[in-house]
Design a protein around this ligand. Structure first.
Ligand SMILES: CC(C)(COP(=O)(O)OP(=O)(O)OC[C@H]1O[C@@H](n2cnc3c(N)ncnc32)[C@H](O)[C@@H]1OP(=O)(O)O)[C@@H](O)C(=O)NCCC(=O)NCCS
Length: 154
């Protein structure tokens, strides 16, 4: 029984004590990672900040802002060594359920055009690419656009 439970991802609220671990994961997976301050600010702002755990280890996290019927997925990440095992898809399902539970009718997110993994994942979950935000992200040279994606929740 415990072996079975160890294999199920668990979700819990992120706290200030998680920020060091989450920032370390972030630094490994993004060329332009969120800072400790970005996570602390999100916690202080009351955004929905969630940790995904497997066997007591933090394997992913998500930060979602939900207001006036719209959810904005600000950060969704799976730790490098846990990627490509279906956890990103699971975390996204959790985010969609959370948005529904808080009565959002749409979820928006921004993704780099170069982030093929993210765009495929979101597209396969029903998100549509609705616009481009010019020069949204810092890049190694200059800036990179953001693709804005939307999921309508029926
Ligand atoms: C994007 C991310 C969340 C996906 O999580 P994951 O656990 O690796 O993804 P999953 O194993 O659940 O795969 C789900 C789908 O995503 C797509 N995908 C995931 N990794 C991919 C890769 N390296 N190349 C192409 N497609 C990929 C595929 O469509 C995949 O479905 P499939 O397995 O049926 O082909 C993860 O790679 C990540 O955290 N990346 C760094 C941070 C990031 O880019 N976050 C999103 C910012 S908007």
């Amino acid at each position: 029984m415990s072996a079975l439970l160890d294999n199920l991802p668990l979700y819990r609220h992120m706290t200030a004590d998680d920020v060091d671990t989450v920032t370390a994961i972030e630094n490994k997976i993004y060329p332009h990672p969120w800072t400790r301050g970005n996570f602390s600010d999100s916690l202080n702002a009351g955004y929905h900040c969630w940790i995904m755990e497997l066997g007591g280890e933090i394997v992913g996290y998500g930060v979602i802002m939900i207001a006036v019927g719209e959810a904005h997925l600000l950060n969704m990440s799976i730790a490098a060594e846990w990627q490509r095992r279906g956890l990103g898809r699971e975390l996204l399902k959790f985010v969609v359920k959370l948005a529904r539970d808080f009565l959002a009718h749409k979820i928006y997110l921004e993704v780099r055009p170069s982030n093929i993994a993210g765009r495929r994942l979101y597209a396969s979950a029903g998100f549509s690419e609705i616009a481009t935000r010019r020069g949204y992200y810092p890049a190694t040279r200059g800036r990179e656009d953001a693709v804005i994606m939307e999921l309508e929740l029926k």
